[in-house]
Design a protein around this ligand. Structure first.
Ligand code: HC0
Ligand code: SF4
Length: 579
């Protein structure tokens, strides 16, 4: 252990710690900008490019970046001398000299880390203005808007895209004033192998990378008297929405969210969780069908089955593993199953044509915006899901419409597309989809009641998990990965011949609770854990915890679909993949 004194407080830290690590143990808040370290999720950006975190070290001539300077024994550090404060102000003034001053109309206003630091250090003017400014065209995809005039070259997005997600879309190009992070050849994101996972957006400290907002489209739809507007909410939204609306992190806001959506004017308030239960019926049946054939010696059948509900993951394997497109489940995601059922079964129940129905999704995810726009999810140009907004966008809409969210009563979702079992909310956390599938697959395959519904071995934040589960006479090998880099590793193991029967992948670290459309976590892993606990608690508190027990799903099959994998199910609930 090494001893260090910072601002008069002394502590001991393990060898290899930085000054910033040591300061954290003493609750000394050194400001940072480019730095990002979520060790539990293997996310680590220590570019040391911004120099905002400089400190004075006794015996050294130069100021040291605390995020990249290792502690030495008996080091004495000061974080708040005049020299340090002046250096930080100069760094911020230089960053602002090449940064647009349109904070009033910036999508990141109020959340921008550069803006927050400028305020913290009392920057009231920009003494270096008048020099060269670089200008780039805006790049707008279905999910993301890139405005590189606002890029400060912190490289966080690059770390996420290249190191964590292994997509390799973003990298630093050019030098001096024209230096910027961009796709190769300045291509549009939509023309690259970008998965729309939005993890670059989740970590961008400024307005350089933001979601493509569709709040106004929702307001217009709600105001249109000729439309019936319904809404579905993804599992992970309820675990985080309150964070942006004055409710303590780690609080489930399921009931308040349903109440708020009703106050906003949605005609019917439904739940993606209903469709998550439906997904388990289709995907679980597909798995059992493939497994049975495989065990009977049919060599045409591919195992492991891969979950296919995460659109970032789907686009990833379409680009990166084009030789394995027959391996993933053909089941659509819950979002798209919901849309397909809403625009057929539910439109019929209401006695209206599909064109009169507007389906809005609230998702923790940016890739869902891209997913709903995929042409295979439309009928004669009319999409199954019309508009996707994120958790963040819903919070903005609630504020805009003067709704006192924290003061709302808890209300229920509407029937029939709002009912769900405990298997559904856990879709929002890594391991949850496969756990939900195992509960149903076990009972369908054995005809026995599952004694313990919690499959602890597939839970937790390890990047890649492997578990063995006994189903009847068979021992199934299950794989789980979250984050696309971990998914690549797992798929390479499959390619190399390692045996797995079923694999779940979620593109975002932690699963959808860490999605690119969730309230900004600012590097706080504890926050992600709190969101996880909300979803497991919601599961544990439900009277029914297996998807096949959902009475409205049973009714949907009886009245409309027939049975899982029926012709109509295939038509509406399954899809195919493209190279
Ligand atoms: Fe997810 Fe989903 S669990 S991808 O993470 O499967 O976005 O929350 O809505 O569709 O249900 C996101 C979350 C969903 C879908 C569900 C799945
Ligand atoms: Fe990379 Fe994901 Fe951002 Fe696309 S959305 S550029 S894949 S991090």
């Amino acid at each position: 252990m090494l001893t260090i004194t910072i601002d008069g407080k002394t502590t001991s830290v393990p060898e290899g710690s930085t000054i910033l690590d040591a300061a954290k143990t003493l609750d000394i808040d050194i400001p940072t900008l480019c730095y990002l370290n979520l060790e539990a999720l293997s996310i680590n950006n220590k570019a040391a490019s911004c120099r905002v975190c400089v400190v004075e070290v006794e015996g050294r001539r130069n100021l040291a970046p605390s995020c990249a300077t290792p502690v030495t024994d008996n080091m004495v550090v000061k974080t708040n001398t005049l020299r340090v404060l002046n250096a930080r102000r100069t760094v911020l003034e230089l960053l602002l000299s090449d940064h647009p001053k349109d904070c009033l109309v910036c999508a990141k206003s109020g959340e921008c880390e550069l803006q927050t630091l400028a305020e913290r250090f009392g920057i009231r003017e920009s003494p270096y203005d008048g020099g060269e400014m670089s200008h780039y065209r805006k790049d707008i995809s279905a999910s993301i808007i890139r405005d590189m005039d606002k890029c400060i070259m912190c490289r966080r997005c690059e770390t996420m895209c290249n190191t964590v997600q292994t997509c390799g879309v973003l990298s630093g190009v050019n030098r001096g004033f024209t230096a910027v992070v961009a796709p190769a050849f300045e291509m549009n994101l939509a023309d690259t192998v970008c998965t729309n996972c939005g993890q670059c957006v989740a970590v961008c400290p400024t307005g350089a990378l933001v979601e493509h907002e569709y709040i106004w489209e929702v307001v217009e739809a709600l105001a249109n008297p000729d439309k019936v507007v319904i809404v579905q909410t993804a599992p992970a939204v309820r675990a985080a929405l309150g964070e942006d609306l004055g409710v303590a992190p780690g609080t489930s806001v399921t009931g308040k969210m349903a109440a708020a959506l009703r106050r906003l004017g949605f005609d019917h308030v439904f739940d993606t969780d209903f469709a998550a239960d439906l997904t388990i019926m289709e995907e679980g049946s597909e798995f059992l069908d493939r497994l049975g054939k495989h065990l009977a010696g049919d060599t045409n059948v591919k195992l492991p089955i891969l979950t296919s509900c995460c659109p970032g993951w789907v686009k990833f394997f379409e680009h990166q593993f084009p030789d394995m497109l027959d391996v993933p489940s053909t089941a659509k995601s819950p979002q798209q199953m919901f849309g397909a059922i809403a625009k057929t079964y539910y439109a019929d129940l209401l006695g209206i044509p599909r064109e009169k129905l507007v389906v809005v999704s609230v998702m923790p995810c940016l890739a869902k915006k891209y997913e709903c726009a995929r042409p295979e999810f439309s009928v004669n140009g009319n999409p199954d899901v019309d508009i996707v907004i994120t958790t963040r966008e819903l919070a903005k809409l609630v504020k805009r419409m003067n709704i006192d969210f924290a003061g709302l009563p808890d209300e229920d979702f509407d029937a029939p597309l709002g009912a769900s079992t405990g298997a559904a909310p856990i879709f929002g956390v890594t391991g949850g989809v496969i756990e939900a599938a195992l509960r149903t697959a076990y009972e369908l395959a054995t005809g026995e009641t599952l004694k313990k519904v919690d499959f602890e071995d597939v839970r937790g934040m390890d990047g890649v998990k492997k578990a063995k589960v006994k189903v009847g006479d068979n021992e199934l090998v299950i794989g789980v990965a979250h984050g696309l880099g971990n998914a690549r590793e797992l798929l390479n193991r499959v390619r190399a011949g390692e045996t797995f029967h079923a694999i779940e992948v979620m593109a975002c670290p932690g699963g959808c609770i860490g999605g690119g459309g969730q309230p900004y976590h600012h590097g706080d892993v504890e926050l992600l854990k709190k969101r996880t606990q909300v979803l497991y608690a919601e599961d544990a508190g439900k009277p029914l915890r297996k998807s096949h027990e959902n009475p409205y799903i049973i009714e949907l099959y009886e009245k409309f679909l027939g049975k899982p994998l029926s012709e109509r199910s295939h038509q509406l609930l399954h899809t195919h993949y493209f190279k």
